[in-house]
Design a protein around this ligand. Structure first.
Ligand code: SF4
Length: 444
């Protein structure tokens, strides 16, 4: 059965591997070995897929600037599922990225009908304060609310000229019942993702958006619109003999712009380069001995910008698995027992862990004989996703569980203590973070 991804409902993804063929998401394992000091979510396969992460790998290795961008829809309590995204934002920032984080208040207003004041309160109290408490650096970050960021709203309006109702329906399944502001929120998301590349911010720059797989429709739409907004379409490919070809096609670009591109490339490309400009077809084809894609793209971008156009690099994305709920099934903000909130009382959170669903057997004797099943255990997931950074320690828990040496009572007590200690510390950091909001430009 074909899976349906819906960014506004907590989709349960039955088969992550199928997303590779159904939606063209690439396996993250293909790029993992090229990432310096990968995050534990990368090492452990929590992040399982990507689109165009190669450009971020290049930026990480070459220590070139890039942006990590994410957004939070302020509809309820931020929990450990949201912490997964916050952890990734901070990891990218610590590895050289500018962190740009938007509070999707327009989306929350349009999709859930929350008042603007409530959107702001939840956005600050639940999301931004925890993000700062987890270690966001104010010197390399920009936090904003969709409704207060004029460049996002203006860009969203322009992006709207490149997408029609049929396309939105194909991607999101919209029907005649879908109201207009819900549709507008899709291009607002696109503008969130692309606006950092406007000249008034970072200019054309690689951007990575770490998301759960259910958010892929926004990524697909935005990547598609980004190409349509640009004056030139650049394609680079390698043939079976190892030759590198590129083509630059223009839609409505001035005739002489292709000659300008050719002149620029001849002056800049380090490797032997031949090109053919076709005024008739408004394109330029070239062969070069070694792919020097960055120089090619930079030269074309500069001319694009000189001509007053956009030069968006299609955004990269990564996709992570979802944590299960503590009660089994989905983790959901609307089911308090299924999740642990970042602002929740530490003692009540510890009690939830003690009540949570495990992969233990029916009796102690059975567990000692057969061992537990950590792959079916929400407590093990807490260790795996959040509570244990050391891979060897995690492996030890898994082995002791599977051998029957470790019993669920002891194991849950260990997890509950770790959760209580983490939340006690986090909430002290939240108290300090609240006083530092103005360092991040947030008036509240
Ligand atoms: Fe889960 Fe721990 Fe029980 Fe194993 S021993 S099933 S990891 S709670």
């Amino acid at each position: 059965m074909t899976q349906k991804l819906d960014p506004w409902k907590s989709s349960e993804i039955s088969d992550y591997a199928k997303l590779f063929e159904e939606f063209g998401i690439s396996p993250f394992a293909d790029v993992l070995s090229h990432i310096p000091n990968p995050h534990k979510f990368m090492r452990r396969g929590v992040i399982f897929g990507h689109r165009n992460f190669e450009s971020i790998v290049h930026a990480l290795n070459a220590k070139k600037p890039f942006v990590v961008l994410d957004g939070f829809m302020p509809t309820g309590r931020a929990h450990f599922g949201h912490k997964m995204v916050m952890d990734q934002i901070i990891w990218y920032q610590q590895n050289g990225a500018m962190a740009v984080v938007g509070i999707a208040d327009r989306e929350a207003h349009a999709v859930r009908g929350l008042s603007w004041a409530e959107c702001k309160r939840i956005g600050v109290e639940e999301y931004l304060i925890s993000l700062i408490a987890l270690g966001l650096d104010p010197n390399r970050s920009r936090l904003y609310f969709q409704s207060e960021c004029l460049p996002v709203m203006n860009l969203a309006f322009e992006l709207g000229t490149k997408v029609n109702l049929s396309e939105l329906s194909a991607i999101y399944g919209f029907s005649g019942e879908t109201h207009l502001s819900h549709m507008v929120s899709t291009v607002t998301q696109g503008a969130d993702i692309l606006h950092s590349q406007l000249l008034e911010f970072e200019g054309p720059i690689p951007v990575v958006v770490p998301v759960g797989a259910d958010q892929d429709p926004h990524i697909r739409l935005t990547r598609d619109i980004a190409s349509k907004m640009n004056l030139f379409l650049i394609e680079v490919r390698k043939d079976k003999d190892g030759k590198n070809y590129f083509s630059v096609r223009g839609k409505g670009a001035p005739e002489d712009s292709f000659l300008r591109i050719e002149t620029q490339l001849k002056a800049r490309m380090k490797t032997k380069f031949t090109a053919k400009v076709s005024k008739e077809h408004m394109d330029i084809f070239g062969i070069f001995e070694e792919a020097d894609e960055e120089i090619l793209r930079t030269a074309v971008q500069e001319i694009e910008l000189e001509l007053g156009g956009y030069a968006f690099i299609p955004p990269s994305s990564t996709y992570h698995r979802f944590m299960s709920g503590l009660t089994g099934g989905k983790m959901s903000s609307s089911i308090p027992e299924s999740n642990i909130g970042l602002s929740e009382d530490p003692k009540s959170a510890a009690k939830k862990v003690m009540r949570s669903k495990t992969g233990g057997r029916a009796t102690v004797e059975e567990q000692k004989e057969l061992g537990g099943e950590p792959n079916k255990c929400s407590v093990y997931e807490l260790f795996y996703f959040h509570l244990v950074d050391d891979d060897n320690e995690l492996l030890q828990i898994q082995k002791e569980c599977e051998s029957g040496e470790l019993l669920c009572g002891t194991c849950k007590k260990n997890a509950a203590e770790k959760i209580e200690a983490f939340l006690t510390d986090h909430q002290e950091k939240r108290r300090i973070a609240r006083e530092r909001l103005c360092e991040f430009g947030i008036q509240y």
